[in-house]
Design a binder for this molecule. Structure first.
Ligand code: SAM
Length: 476
């Protein structure tokens, strides 16, 4: 086999690759570790999730995950108590000797965990290791936040069970694996395809955590309506000043047409944008999951149709929209892939997805402000770096990027905002207020205060952060 090429990552079903995976397991577990044949089979292999690295047509590394519904008897046998949601076992990680310790094998494990967190939102991860041959793995799993749970079985069948469980622990686990996937990608790792797309293609939507994702970010939990709503309203006014030109440069379908706005918040921006010329004759509606924001939008704009819903479950019929917009929403999503899947479902072929969002990868500024944003981004379950990846992710779901604009927000104006080509200059207080949300993230208070002090004590023209407009067309 030709292994000279870089391997490619693929999610594979047991039907298509089970025999090849068993061959690899035999080669390594039987050939090198003298396991009995029965150990290389898992009862749930046929419905397992298998992420493989394939080179020259051969599987060179693989890792598997098995989803257990709450109350599954296998959990009780491992002394794992019932939880509300699914438990996911990770196992059968195997690779050819020449791939051990290489980026590809680290990458498939890490990426699998990250994507399972984003798409399935399990209540627990667990692993079990055979006490006779794999005890060294206990340390490795401990470094990945698994804690010792129990030792079960006897004789050669003794296994050590380790788990990650609890809201905070699972969040920490997710953020750690998200950081690692980014690090591996930056080191030149291979692209790993979307689990959400694979599951949708194989009619496994039952695994999607669409309702669990209801509590994914601070908008859906605790936030200060009295400060957040005015912040969003003034951000909306600023953005509209910049967006007018972008909107006229976008090939929106002619009226009559339907536009659905995801995450309309207090409604100010949607109400304003609905009156812009490209949308004359459009039926414009919005959805908003946060009850307080929804109530505020409905009372402030009774003529605008805004309903409860999320980017994962809009409640709209298939192929019913010509345009879907998402303003400052994507970076808050735990699972952009599930949102893309839902948007693909409700858009007509050829319809447009119009995304406006911030891209923290564009931040230029003093070291302390960079550090403040890094601290925030490491802790926030949304992803303010998403826009760099969005074109490739959207492409997997059949979206083609047709326009991309970038506008830098800079400090350095004396009074009201000054609109230039691809930039907006803001007064110092306005510029800082765009970052005021950072202080609401626990663990960021101290660095926020220090960064603010530094910012106001230094001359103007020091920070710049861009937001981007991406226009995608759903391929017919
Ligand atoms: C930064 S605000 C933007 C609001 C509005 N689009 C605007 O531009 O003023 C983010 C919005 O996304 C909403 N949101 C959060 N999670 C969401 C989800 N899963 N689906 C749809 N909207 C979501 C929040 O409730 C909030 O209204």
């Amino acid at each position: 086999m030709d292994h000279s090429r870089e391997p490619e990552a693929r999610w594979l079903t047991w039907d298509e690759a089970g025999e090849a995976m068993l061959d690899l397991r035999r080669r390594v577990f039987l050939g090198e570790m003298n396991w009995p044949e029965k150990r290389i089979h898992r009862d749930r292999d046929p419905e397992g999730l298998h992420l493989c690295a394939v080179s020259g047509g051969e599987i060179v590394a693989a890792i598997s995950a098995y989803v257990y519904e709450p109350g599954a008897p296998e959990l009780a046998a491992l002394e794992l108590a019932a939880t509300d949601g699914p438990s996911v076992a990770i196992g059968m990680r195997v690779e050819l000797p020449e791939y051990r310790g290489r980026l590809v094998t680290a990458q498939i494990g890490t990426s699998m965990l990250r994507q399972i967190c984003e798409v399935l939102l399990p209540s627990r991860f667990f692993v079990y290791v055979h006490a006779d041959s794999l005890l060294h793995l206990v340390d490795r799993y401990a470094r990945r936040n698994f804690t010792y749970h129990a030792q079960v079985g006897s004789g050669p069948d003794t296994v050590v069970v380790m788990k990650v469980e609890g809201e905070e622990e699972l969040e920490e686990f997710y953020l750690k694996h998200r950081d690692l996937t980014r690090k591996y990608a930056a080191e030149g790792g291979m692209p790993v395809p979307s689990l959400a797309r694979f599951l949708a293609e194989h009619k496994r939507e039952d695994l999607f955590a669409v309702s669990g994702l209801g509590a994914e970010n601070h908008y859906l939990g605790q936030f200060r309506l009295d400060t957040e709503a005015p912040r969003l309203a003034s951000q909306g006014r600023l953005i509209l000043g910049e967006q007018r030109q972008r909107l006229t440069m976008t090939p929106f379908p002619p009226a009559p047409a339907s536009l659905l706005d995801l995450g309309s918040g207090p409604g100010d921006y949607l109400a304003a944008v609905a009156g812009e010329p490209p949308f004359a004759g459009y039926r414009v509606r919005g959805i908003e999951p946060a009850p307080e924001l929804l109530a505020r939008a409905r009372s402030a704009y009774p003529d605008v149709d805004i309903r409860p819903g999320t980017a994962y479950a809009t409640g709209e019929p298939d192929s019913s929209q010509e345009v879907v917009t998402a303003n400052f929403v994507f970076v808050h999503l735990r699972s952009p892939d599930l949102a893309l899947l839902e948007i693909r479902r409700i858009l007509r072929p050829g319809g447009l997805l119009y995304v406006v969002d911030v891209n923290d990868a564009t931040l230029v500024g003093p070291e302390i402000i960079q550090r403040m944003m890094e601290t925030y981004n490491r802790r926030y379950a949304g992803d303010r770096l998403l826009l760099n990846d969005l074109p490739a992710r959207a492409e997997e779901f059949g979206f083609e990027l047709v326009r991309r604009f970038s506008t830098a927000l800079r400090d350095g104006a004396d009074g009201p905002p000054v609109f230039g080509e691809d930039e907006i200059r803001l007064g110092k207080a306005d510029a800082w207020s765009l970052l005021s949300f950072v202080r609401t993230q626990s663990g960021c208070e101290e660095i926020f205060d220090a960064a603010r002090e530094h910012f106001f004590a230094t001359p103007d023209g020091r920070i710049s952060l861009s937001f981007e407009t991406h226009v995608y067309r759903l391929r017919p």
